[in-house]
Structures are given as C-alpha cells and as structure tokens.
Write a protein that binds this ligand. Sequence first.
Ligand SMILES: [Zn+2]
Length: 160
Amino acid sequence: MKTAKAWEAAATVCDPEIPVLTIEDLGVLRDVQVAESGAAVVTITPTYSGCPAMLVMETEILGAMRSAGFDDVRVETVLSPAWTTDWLSDAGREKLRAYGIAPPVRASSSRQALFGKDSVDCPQCGSCNTERVSEFGSTACKALYRCKACAEPFDYFKCL
Ligand SMILES: [Zn+2]
C-alpha cells in the first residue's frame, strides 16, 4: 500500500530536459521500496551517463516523495543493466512524437535490422525522408534532424 503510494509519487517526476516525459515513461524509474519503518528507497537507472539532468531528477524525486509524506528517502542509482531507449514506454514514445521529438528507433525495428542504420521519421509529417543535420540537438541527448518533405527541423532522441 505504502509502496504503491511511493511509486506514484516518484512516477510524477519529469525528465528536466523533456518535460512531457516522466521518469516512469522513460523507464528510468526501476523500483520503489518502502520499509516497515517508512524509509523509502527509489532505484533509478540514468539514461545518458553524465547527463547533468540526473542530479536535477534526483532532487525532484526527493521533493516529490517528501510531498507524499516520505521523509526518509534514498535515491539509489543502478548502472547495470544499462538503460536503453527500448525501455521507453509506448505512452512515452507517443508523448515524444506529440512534443515534436522523433522517438528513438527500436533496436529490433525491421528497417534497422535490414539496413543496419537508423531511419528517423519526421514527427511533424511522418515522412522517413529525413537527414541528420548535427550530432547534437538542443541537448547532448538529442540529435538535430531535418525533414526533406516538410523542411522542418526536429530533434531526434538518440538511440542507446
Ligand atoms: Zn516532415
């Protein structure tokens, strides 16, 4: 009961770089445990290592847990197994697209399996006629793409 409430609180925290995605959408939130004493442990697996956003995320988790009545909270970071973009939930992918960011191509995607490279669909018009403009978009976690069909630039959430 307490654990469900704690998970709910932690799951409200959003990614500081992509505010439409919660850490639950991202698959960053791995586990929430509440001991008999009320002490809570939130386990997260960071997305991109060295992402300065992780520190912000940790602070926000502590804040969200405190507002839900959990004062004794520890955030534990687990690096193995490493986070991959495949952990992103379907709801998260849809939110990314609606936000104008192309969601990462699934590692198992047939196009990638066939041709051995990413083909990124434009989040605006859905065309796959896109090109990479720069390895780095608005943040290091994203790459900048441009759609040749509608000429709109867009961010692509890089695959890991
Ligand atoms: Zn387009």
